[in-house]
Design a protein around this ligand. Structure first.
Ligand code: URA
Length: 249
């Protein structure tokens, strides 16, 4: 059984961006932190860091943010970037301001291009991040692709073969699954994530991607009611759709 981590109350709140260690101590001394309806008085007390804290603890009368171990899905809109290296607004700007001051920090699990929309996972849990992005996991990711020109008809076979070489690369792509939806649109499911992979795969078969949207990772589907720019914290059930439980957990 995995051990539940504990943290001093002031450290927990400071790490979650509620203020400096001193500021959060003042919050506690002012009686503004409650647990299960009782006012907490000792900022030094150790707290078991469990998911349900955000239902049980109030800060200034408001539910605590999701504690460390947070994972969320974001409906990434077009025009925002996943990387500080690219120009333009960042996906982190779509999260509450306080969440940008968390330690451990929240980062994206893999990336989508600036001009790709759809399902993006984010977490502060390094272990989860590595399990999802590990090449050994082969987690399927599904993209809805809109094309400039009609499909030729041989793309599904070429992508499934596991022999397609992208320009400038030394290793062939793993087999990928293409499902044609119309003359100029398809689902493409990949189990790896090379740079601009979908766009480069279609370039390799003489086409051009005009719109790209990821709607599925593992068995987790971007909910229809999650609008571009909105996010949702993942439940244990959602996480189980992405990855099987870790061995020994
Ligand atoms: N493939 C791409 O070309 N872009 C993405 O954002 C994701 C996969």
């Amino acid at each position: 059984m995995s051990k539940i981590p504990t943290l001093r109350l002031d450290r927990l709140l400071a790490n979650m961006g509620y203020g400096s260690r001193r500021e959060v101590q003042q919050l506690v001394h002012a009686g503004l932190v409650t647990l299960d309806g009782e006012t907490l008085e000792d900022p030094d007390q150790r707290m078991a860091v469990t998911r349900d804290l955000s239902e049980r603890m109030l800060i200034r009368g408001k539910p605590l943010d999701p504690p460390p171990g947070l994972a969320l899905m974001l409906h990434k809109p077009l025009g925002v970037t996943c990387s500080h290296k690219e120009a333009g607004p960042l996906v982190y700007g779509l999260l509450p301001e306080r969440w940008r001051r968390r330690d451990p920090a929240i980062s994206t699990i893999g990336r989508l291009d600036k001009e790709t929309s759809g399902l993006l996972l984010m977490t502060d849990d390094g272990n989860l991040l590595h399990r999802v992005i590990s090449p050994r996991t082969h987690l399927p990711k599904r993209y809805h692709v809109t094309l400039d020109r009609p499909l030729r008809g041989d793309e599904a076979e070429i992508f499934a073969a596991g022999t397609l070489m992208l320009e400038g690369e030394e290793k062939p792509l793993l087999p990928a699954r293409l499902e044609a939806l119309a003359e100029q649109s398809a689902y493409l499911t990949l189990t790896e994530g090379r740079y601009h992979q979908v766009r480069r795969m279609f370039a390799a078969v003489g086409n051009h991607v005009t719109a790209l949207h990821r709607d599925r990772i593992g068995d987790l589907i971007l909910p229809g009611d999650l609008e571009p720019g909105q996010y949702r914290v993942l439940s244990e059930a959602d996480l189980a759709l992405i990855l099987p439980p870790a061995k020994g957990a």
